[in-house]
Design a protein around this ligand. Sequence first.
Ligand code: PMP
Length: 304
Amino acid sequence: MHSRDGKIWMDGKLIEWRDANIHVLTHSLHYGMAVFEGVRAYKTDKGPAIFRLPEHTRRLLNSAKIFQMKVPYDYDTLMEAQKEVIRVNNLDSGYIRPLVWVGSERLGIAAKDNTIHAMIAAWPWGAYLGEDGLNKGIRVKTSSFTRHHVNVSLVRAKASGYYINSILSNQEALANGYDEALVLDTDGFVSEGSGENVFIVRNGKLYTPDLASCLDGITRDSVIVMAEDMGLKVIEKRITRDEFYTCDEAFFTGTAAEITPIRELDNRVIGAGTRGPITEKLQSLFFDVVAGKTPKYADWLTYV
Ligand code: PMP
């Protein structure tokens, strides 16, 4: 990915894509303490619009705060820079990746005086779990790896190092012929996917794990609001594997995954084995919202 044409915002300046490099002794590279976001811009009739940009920017700054990383750029600067990378790269839609990391002045765990840096890149990106996945649903396997414990990792932060656990889970699922992993918490209850929150539907009600061990997903929040606006009840609670096996519908949510139906878990067919009707309704509303077609949710879009 490093040798493309285009511009990346790095430490306050727009620079050539291929010049956006860092030193091999960068602290974050060695110890995994960097924080990041995944944000999407969508094509609308009024030009590209970024979905829930304030919430993503706030989460990035909160992630940094949790690790006591003093970001040298404020909220407004980071908001504007995310719009700028869409504009200067002439994207009408795409994925935006902001990252905040610790510089290379010193190695060793305690490098509290190291400089803090930020970069924002953007590029075109289609359906993360495939177009077919969006339409027909994906096959999922419960991971043998456990999700974070609240006193081991602070999951309100979206931190780079945490994704080692996601990679282990995802590798295992893919190596065994599945599309994605479902990861359980340290008590054995459903937590989330390797990079998605998860919902199940039973008797017309939505259930999703509470936020103890999973990321406070912005798509998750959007789905909760849209579902409640549709008159559906949404319950946040602990969910067991057998509850999942016997639910009517299930789906993952995430900026990358959007709303991706789950058609199978651990070789048990979920519902009718295809995208369920409530999933379809939510998905179709979501794609209208991000395309700027629903005035009710207009304030979720920031036009670039
Ligand atoms: N959980 C994890 C572990 C993730 O990486 C993501 C993607 N950021 C999500 C959930 C979904 O969060 P969001 O909807 O904010 O993208």
